[in-house]
Design a protein around this ligand. Structure first.
Ligand SMILES: [Zn+2]
Ligand SMILES: [Zn+2]
Length: 405
């Protein structure tokens, strides 16, 4: 979903222009800038202009303030000839990138907050309908982002950082908010740069726990040797499975376990575990749990502890990544760069707000759920003209749920 009217896009472009004129100095300049490919979407066009490169940060800043991109990206890869067609670029290496997007996560709130809009009649519809009942034209889907979406994305990023730092020992990790509903993580350590596609796939498999099975953890047979089963302090996935199982054991109710596993067996397992709960002291009571339940628990613990990254992004050695501290055209928010250590304190409703909050404008809202932005709060609204801070107005215009009156 994008702008409802051309005039909305023109207005938001003006705000983006102001940002890039005044604050282009804040744009994140990736290392080895001249070896990267850049691409951008202009306002109002569906085709990306790519195969660009810049020899200096000044050239990049100039493009931002002259062309005013709706979205701007750069390659995670380094090329001999970044401006050449793909097959002639001369790939040198690429950073290892991860994309976490709430859209790919099993957030149950989706069904509560997504809806559709007829751009022609400016009417809103439930997500099940495909065509406008008034004019018959196809409807466009609005994917809302709520606090729960943002929190689940943060949790996935937290798990990812833990695996990258503790299991792989990576040290040069760069992090950014996507400007919408996710996070980007970039590993810049020297030893990842020349990994090929299949090697990157192996890393993704490790992070997502793909192929991990109860039988590799000594938990499959009826009689198990307690000296060889996963324990809380074990390194890598063994410890992760143990800690995750403990968390399920101590804090999950049947509903939550069902949500995690999508399996009716969850209800029976929670009942079964009631009696076991009291018996664990230092080691997990694996021996008191039936083999079939253990297998179920390992799967659940894996699902709970794995980081649900976008598998395709990490494997793609030519992938383009949103430029840090540039504006995301789906929201008008900044793809804010921050330190991995600050993930817990990062406030996605305030820190990426880049457009003015101290000027206001009237917009006609077709439909908006509750919205929080840098201390400003908007209650749920349908069909109403309201006066909003520019940053909030821009967000609703970008999302295609409001228009200039
Ligand atoms: Zn219509
Ligand atoms: Zn949500």
């Amino acid at each position: 979903m994008s702008f409802l009217r051309k005039s909305d896009a023109v207005f938001v472009r003006g705000l983006f222009k102001r940002y890039y004129d005044e604050r282009a100095g804040e744009l994140f300049i990736p290392e080895r800038l001249p070896e990267r490919e850049f691409g951008y979407f202009p306002f109002g066009e569906k085709i990306m202009i790519r195969h660009l490169s810049f020899s200096s940060p000044e050239e990049l800043k100039e493009l931002a303030s002259q062309k005013v991109p709706l979205h701007i990206y750069h390659s995670a890869a380094f090329y001999k000839y970044p401006r050449a067609p793909m097959e002639e670029k001369g790939w040198i290496g690429a950073e290892l990138i991860f994309d976490i997007d709430a859209d790919h996560l099993k957030t149950p709130c989706k069904k509560d907050h997504d809806f559709k809009i007829c751009k022609n009649c400016l009417l809103e519809y439930p997500v099940e309908l495909d065509r406008c009942t008034k004019c018959g034209r196809p409807l466009e889907k609005v994917e809302w982002v709520c606090e729960k979406c943002l929190e689940s994305a943060r949790e996935e990023a937290r798990k990812l950082l833990d695996i990258l730092e503790r299991d792989f020992g990576f040290e040069k990790i760069h992090m950014a908010f996507s400007g919408n509903r996710g996070y980007h993580v970039v590993v810049k350590d020297q030893q990842v740069l020349d990994l090929d596609q299949s090697e990157r796939k192996e890393i993704v498999d490790y992070i997502t726990g793909t192929g991990l099975d109860a039988k590799f953890l000594g938990l499959e047979k009826r009689k198990i040797n307690l000296d060889y089963v996963p324990d809380l302090g074990d390194p890598g996935w063994r410890g992760r499975i143990a800690r995750s199982t403990l968390e399920i054991l101590m804090t999950f109710d049947a509903e939550k376990l069902y949500e995690l596993t999508d399996d009716e067996k969850a209800y029976q397992v929670i009942e079964e575990l009631e009696s076991v709960k009291e018996s664990w002291s230092e080691k997990l009571p694996w021996n008191l749990i039936k083999p079939s339940t253990r297998r179920f628990l390992v799967e659940a613990a894996k699902e709970h502890a794995a980081s649900h990254v976008d598998v395709v992004v990490t494997q793609d050695i030519h992938r383009l990544l949103r430029l840090g501290n540039s504006l995301n055209g789906k929201t008008g928010l900044m793809a804010k760069v921050f330190e991995p250590d600050d993930l817990d304190d990062f406030d996605p409703t305030t820190d990426p707000v880049a457009l003015p909050m101290d000027e206001e404008i009237h917009v006609k809202i077709i439909r908006s759920h509750e919205l929080q932005l840098a201390g400003f709060e908007l209650p749920p609204i349908k069909k109403k003209i309201v006066k909003l801070p520019l940053a909030a107005a821009a967000l609703l215009l970008c999302r295609g749920v409001a228009t200039l009156p």
